[in-house]
Design a protein around this ligand. Structure first.
Ligand SMILES: NC(=O)C1=CN([C@@H]2O[C@H](COP(=O)(O)OP(=O)(O)OC[C@H]3O[C@@H](n4cnc5c(N)ncnc54)[C@H](O)[C@@H]3O)[C@@H](O)[C@H]2O)[C@@H](O)CC1
Length: 499
């Protein structure tokens, strides 16, 4: 798991690297500028593109000056450099890079008046005004310049972060630069994973600038980013001489008259994630559909006199997809929670728990809740922004000793030990009905196979998103059925990486 550090910790990593590698800060800036230029050249391939590089007074601006020199060296012949130093004190490395730029006979234009930038005909703007040194809201000339850069409506590529963007903490009332791309140094900023970042950037790329990896790994941070190597380590290959009993029996309590599809989707996902056996506990009216669509899956008809002992045979139990909010389902949920076993709780089961906080309090440790934004707020109260929502999710996960999978483009997996694992896979093509049901099926199948709750959650969420990413390479929209069918291919791909 990649340790994601705060901006303050990153500054320490910076200082440590400078000391440990005996690399002067100006050389680290050169490394960062080179790494930026590598990616920039993939993004802006025409060397005669007119480019405005707008540089602030600190090290972000210093990067911008170094980038201008390196771009000229690479043959970008149409660059203008604007200096937005205003009254702030310039950093030492900024001044060194300004001198280097002058030595290279590259002209600079001081922006004594912000509006001068308006005359630029550049089609690409490199935003190097303020970076991670931002320590107060934008005002005055900086605000005017950030506003102008956005208003000009050019392709804006930000150095490290868009000007005015805080690396962490809530982002409401964003008034900074709106960038098409941020090329960030060393690690993604935490706020890139929060939906509010859409106000500041459309996408980001991360470039390695060689900060000390051991130092980064040794820092204490509850934020982790799941990486392909992590899932390859977690995934256990199927064993020789194994049989269906080896891979557990998953039960999905799901489906209702008009929402039987949810049960089928969850069951399909469980089947294709490799549960040895999958059973769906569904209303009588769903039996034909189940037997026709999924002959491998067994049925447990959901009748009022269902004996509670029947649940003993299952290794993992999920409840919720398409369940319905009827009183008998509320009663069933109460009975299932009364088993005092870890459960996967999704969809209508979450909505029922929102009404019945008394049963929620009885939930067994080791359970997994998989709410999306609305389900989460119904359960734990309204939240004004995602920082406070994730904070609540983490507190609830710790207090109740459960896992909360807070679904989002980048899903937050909040563990009972306080760690928050950010999942990098998944894409907007997956934003359609039934996707959550598939995730529930995946998680239940992994639990049935004996994965720990934390591993099942981290692995399952990654697997779900990675499968969607693979499908989205060739499709604008990915359906839940397609995704469920594709899971074995993702598993195979990960397993091949292990070899
Ligand atoms: N390891 C790293 O973190 C590296 C960082 N580098 C660059 O250094 C940047 C950070 O540089 P700095 O710390 O010099 O800071 P910035 O260049 O982001 O900001 C410059 C200064 O502006 C002032 N300031 C902050 N908020 C302001 C506001 N709202 N209005 C007016 N002035 C404000 C602060 O005093 C700040 O130090 C990074 O974003 C990155 O571009 C790179 O050079 C290489 C290595």
């Amino acid at each position: 798991m990649k340790n994601l550090l705060s901006a303050a910790q990153m500054r320490e990593a910076d200082a440590y690297t400078i000391k440990q590698q005996a690399i002067p800060s100006i050389d680290l800036m050169e490394r960062a500028a080179k790494a930026f230029v590598q990616v920039f050249m993939q993004e802006v391939t025409e060397k005669d593109t007119s480019i405005a590089i707008v540089c602030g007074p600190g090290n972000n601006g210093g990067d911008g000056l170094a980038i201008a020199r390196l771009l000229a060296h690479e043959g970008y012949s149409n660059c203008e450099v604007f200096l937005a130093s205003f009254s702030a004190k310039q950093s030492d490395d900024y001044l060194i890079n300004l001198a280097r730029l002058k030595e290279a006979k590259i002209a600079v234009t001081p922006l004594d008046e912000v509006a001068r930038l308006r005359k630029s005909e550049a089609t690409v703007i490199v935003d190097a005004i303020l970076g991670s040194g931002l320590n107060k809201p934008l005002t005055g000339d900086f605000l005017a310049l950030a506003t102008l850069v956005s208003e000009l409506n050019r392709k804006v590529i930000a150095v490290d972060v868009p000007t005015g963007f805080y690396a962490e903490g809530q982002l409401s009332h964003y008034n900074g630069v709106k960038a098409e791309l941020a090329i960030a140094f060393q690690q993604p900023k935490l706020n890139f994973f929060f939906p509010e970042s859409v106000q500041a950037l459309a996408r980001f790329k991360v470039v390695d600038i060689g900060l000390d990896q051991d130092f980064i790994a040794s820092q204490s941070s509850r934020w982790k980013l799941t990486e392909p190597a992590d899932v390859a380590r977690l995934l256990v290959p199927r064993k020789n001489f194994s049989h269906k009993g080896t891979y557990g029996h998953a039960l999905l309590i799901a489906g209702n008259e008009t929402t039987m599809g949810a049960a089928l989707l969850a069951a399909r996902a469980s089947l294709h994630t490799g549960a040895g056996l999958t059973t769906v506990c569904l209303p009588q009216s769903g039996l034909i559909a189940l037997n026709t669509a999924l002959p491998e899956v067994m049925a447990l008809p959901r009748t009022v006199d269902l004996s509670i002992d029947v649940f003993d045979q299952f290794n993992a139990i999920a409840i919720g997809p398409g369940l319905g909010m009827e009183t008998e389902n509320e009663r069933l949920l109460e009975q299932i929670i009364g088993l005092k076993r870890p459960l996967v709780i999704d969809a209508d089961a979450l909505n029922l728990l929102a009404k019945r906080q008394d049963i929620l309090a009885e939930l067994a440790p080791g359970s997994i809740l998989t709410p999306h934004l609305k389900e989460f707020d119904r359960l734990f109260g309204p939240h004004e922004n995602w920082w406070s929502r994730v904070a609540t999710a983490s507190e609830e996960a710790q207090q109740r000793k459960i896992v909360i999978v807070l679904k989002n483009q980048y899903t937050f997996v909040c563990l009972p030990d306080g760690e928050i694992h950010i999942n990098p896979t998944g894409n907007p093509a997956m934003a359609s009905g039934g996707m959550g049901d598939v995730l529930t099926g995946i998680l239940t199948a992994l639990l049935a196979q004996g994965y720990t709750v934390a591993d099942a959650a981290v692995l399952g969420v990654y697997l779900h998103g990675a499968t969607g990413d693979e499908l989205a390479k060739k499709r604008a929209v990915v359906s839940a059925s397609q995704l469920a069918l594709q899971i074995p291919k993702t598993l195979q791909k990960i397993l091949k990486e292990i070899k």
